[in-house]
Write a protein that binds this ligand. Structure first.
Ligand code: SF4
Length: 373
C-alpha cells in the first residue's frame, strides 16, 4: 500500500468520511492551517477526527523536515531535508515559484557527472514524502510549479511519482503542465504518462545524441537510441500540448562538440521541443569541467540559428554546492545522517534563443521552467 493510501486509511480510522479526508489532505498539500477553509472546522469535521488531528498533523510534519537551508544569490534555496527514518534528500526552491523535488535516495542510473548516482539506489521516496516536500516548501514560499529533477530517476519509482503527481495536480492545486516529469528515458514512462488523469510535462535528459557516448555518461539508463527517445517524447508532447523539454548538461570537451550540434539539429529541428542547455556545475571529486560561459553562449546561438529552440540556463545556487546530491554527500561527511541500509520555463516553441539565469542541479531543473536530468 502506498504512503498516501496509508494516510487515507489513517484518516478513515479516525472517523473521516471522503469529504473530510479530502479537506485534511488538501489543506496539508497547500500548507494551509487545518482550521482554515470556508466551513468552520467544528461544523465540518467529526469530533473523533478533530481530536486525532493534532497527532496526524504532527505525523505529516515529520515526513520531511528541514535539516539545513542554503540560499543562493540567484534567489534559489537548496534544502537538505531529513526524512522520518533519518535519511536525507534535497529539494530546491527555485525563483518564480518553482520547486525541484527528489524521488529517490540515491539513484541507480549512475550518471558519471552526478554525485547522487555514485552510491547507487538506497531507497525509494514514498508518495507522501514527495508531497511533503511540496507542503514543506510552501511554508517558506508559494509553489506553483514542481519539477521532478532532484535526486533519483522518477521512472525507477514510477508508481509513487505518478501518485504524487496526480495528488499535486488535484488536491495540491498545481497546473498539470507545471508538473514536470524528468527522465533519462524509459519505455514504461512513455506508456504510463498518457494514461493518468493528470498528464505532466515531460523533460528528457539527453546529454548526447551519440548512443555510445550517452551509454558512457549514463551507464545504466535504458539503451534506447537518442532518435527514438526524442520521437517518443515528441509524440507525448503533441498529445498533451506541452513542448518536450530536452535537458543537456553541458560538459566541456565532452558534449559541446560540432558533432553534437549537428546531432541536435538533426533530432530537434522542427520538433515540438525546447533544448535546455545547462553548463555543468563542477564537483570536486568528479572529472568533468564546466565550459566557459562564452562557449555555451556561442553554442546556444549556433543552435538557434540552425533552427533549434535553445535556452541556456545557469544552474541554481552555484555558490552553494549546487550539484544534485552534493548537499547530502556533504551532510554525510559531517555525520548529519545515519543511513539505514547501504548506507529551471520551457516557454513557447517559437525559434527563440534566450539566456535564462535559473536553476539547475546535476539532475538539472531550470527554475522558471523546467528541465532536468
Ligand atoms: S543525474 Fe539524475 S538520473 Fe543521473 S544519476 Fe544523478 S540523479 Fe540519477
Amino acid at each position: 500500500m502506498s504512503q498516501l493510501d496509508l494516510l487515507r486509511e489513517r484518516l478513515r480510522a479516525a472517523g473521516a468520511k471522503p469529504s473530510h479526508e479530502r479537506r485534511v489532505l488538501r489543506l496539508w498539500a497547500q500548507a494551509l492551517p487545518q482550521d482554515s477553509g470556508k466551513r468552520a472546522i467544528d461544523d465540518f469535521l467529526p469530533r473523533q477526527l478533530r481530536d486525532a488531528l493534532p497527532a496526524i498533523v504532527a505525523e505529516l510534519g515529520g515526513l520531511a523536515r528541514i535539516a539545513s537551508r542554503h540560499p543562493a544569490q540567484d534567489g534559489s534555496v537548496r534544502l537538505l531535508l531529513g526524512l522520518a527514518d533519518g535519511q536525507t534528500c534535497e529539494s530546491v526552491l527555485l525563483p518564480r515559484g518553482g520547486l525541484c523535488v527528489s524521488t529517490q535516495i540515491g539513484c541507480a542510473v549512475g550518471c558519471r557527472f552526478c554525485m547522487t548516482g555514485r552510491d547507487g539506489l538506497l531507497r525509494q521516496i514514498g508518495s507522501a514524502e514527495i508531497v511533503a516536500q511540496v507542503a514543506l516548501a510552501r511554508t517558506l514560499r508559494p509553489v506553483k510549479k514542481v519539477v521532478f529533477m532532484g535526486m533519483g530517476e522518477p521512472a525507477h519509482n514510477l508508481a509513487n511519482v505518478m501518485e504524487a503527481i496526480e495528488f499535486l495536480g488535484t488536491a495540491g492545486n498545481i497546473g498539470h503542465k507545471n508538473l514536470v516529469f524528468s527522465t533519462v528515458g524509459d519505455q514504461r514512462v512513455f506508456e504510463r504518462l498518457p494514461l493518468g488523469p493528470v498528464k505532466p510535462a515531460l523533460a528528457l535528459s539527453l546529454h548526447s545524441t551519440r548512443s555510445d557516448l550517452r551509454a558512457e555518461l549514463l551507464p545504466r539508463a535504458p539503451r534506447i537510441a537518442p532518435a527514438d527517445l526524442v520521437e517518443a517524447g515528441h509524440r507525448y508532447a503533441r498529445a498533451t500540448g506541452y513542448p518536450m523539454q530536452v535537458q543537456w548538461t553541458l560538459l566541456a570537451g565532452v558534449n559541446d562538440t560540432a558533432e553534437e550540434v549537428e546531432g541536435l539539429v538533426r533530432l530537434l529541428k522542427g520538433r515540438y521541443a525546447v533544448l535546455n542547455m545547462i553548463p555543468y556545475n563542477s564537483v570536486p571529486d568528479l572529472p568533468f569541467r564546466r565550459p566557459a560561459w562564452e562557449t555555451a553562449v556561442a553554442l546556444a546561438r549556433e543552435l538557434h540559428a540552425k533552427g533549434v529552440l535553445t535556452k541556456l540556463r545557469n544552474s541554481a545556487g552555484q555558490d552553494v554546492d549546487a550539484g544534485c546530491g552534493q548537499l547530502r554527500a556533504r551532510g554525510l561527511e559531517r555525520g548529519q545522517e545515519a543511513p539505514l541500509s547501504r548506507p529551471p520555463d520551457a516557454g513557447g516553441v517559437g525559434k527563440v534563443f534566450s539566456i535564462t539565469f535559473s536553476s539547475g542541479t546535476s539532475c538539472g531543473p531550470p527554475s522558471s521552467g523546467v528541465g532536468g536530468i
